[in-house]
Ligand binder design. Sequence first.
Ligand code: FE
Length: 354
Amino acid sequence: MFKRSVTTLTCLAAACGALLLSNTAQAQSTEKVLNLYSARHYATDEALYSTFTKTTYIKINRVDSDDAGILTRLKAEGAASPADLILLVDAARLTKADEEGLFQPFKSKLLDDGIPANLRAAATKEGVTWTGFSTRARVIVYDKVKVKRDDVDTYEELADAKNKGKLCTRSGSHPYNMSLFSSVMEHLGEAKTEAFLKGMVDNMARAPKGGDTDQIKGVASGECAIAITNTYYLARLMRSTNPEDKAMMEKVGVVFPNQASWGTHMNIAGGAVAKYAKNRDNAILFMEYLASPFAQDHFANGNNEWPTVKGVKIDNAALKAMSGGSFKSETIPLAAASKNLVKVQQMLDRVGYK
Ligand code: FE
């Protein structure tokens, strides 16, 4: 199994045709399948799925839904669930599904060696229950005329009185923010994190609403002066040929926070083997495929995400332009930060961060 994985992945990297041809007879005799439940909502992933099937002859039956929909479905299906592999966006959601017993542990030397341990679930004797495949930085955007970059180059400053009336965010309870705040709690501790969240509420220009792109638009329109967004939404606007998007991006500055301290928080997209997977080997093979240079490059150029696999270099002009080529990212284990999620939600309720 492992040997075959390596051959397949090497093949993908080198785009070799011989293995494909030699596998044809085998493919005709047995149909191999992978039942994939995916909450990745990016049209650019289509090529990723079709290349996997072309290379491995494993047919993918895909259920696309949002994260909540996938979890509801898995719970309703129980042991009868056909799901083999689950793709979810954000460590907060992966942790929640894991705690609800929807995954099973797996082992892969290739993934262990390739993906940094801080981007995976905590390892046990049985292996890990989920792993990240791509990252997106949670950055601060600001109005270049109204705000000085120095006043927003840390997350802590989002809560500083000097930024009163300027901040826009999406819901505090959204997983992207929950993961960020859970990480902040790892660094600052409980009391300071609650004060930080209270400070953010006091600084808001309006009640939380919309998605990340709406926050960027809010800064460009003058409704807000400071906001938080994941970088792939920004990169989409930077790469857009629409004149309105271009005009918007002229007004907005981007800062990768906490370069002088713990580094910029990274959200992840990741995968897990479903609890009742019948095609477990195919699920692991697909995850190893997602760690191949081909797939990692695809995440970077198709959806403007950073690769997680060590040593994979990307060539994405928008990501380079916004980050200046390199930046310091946070290195604490996301799985450890996720244990703070319940407390963070209680804090959000107490400080009135909707
Ligand atoms: Fe998203």
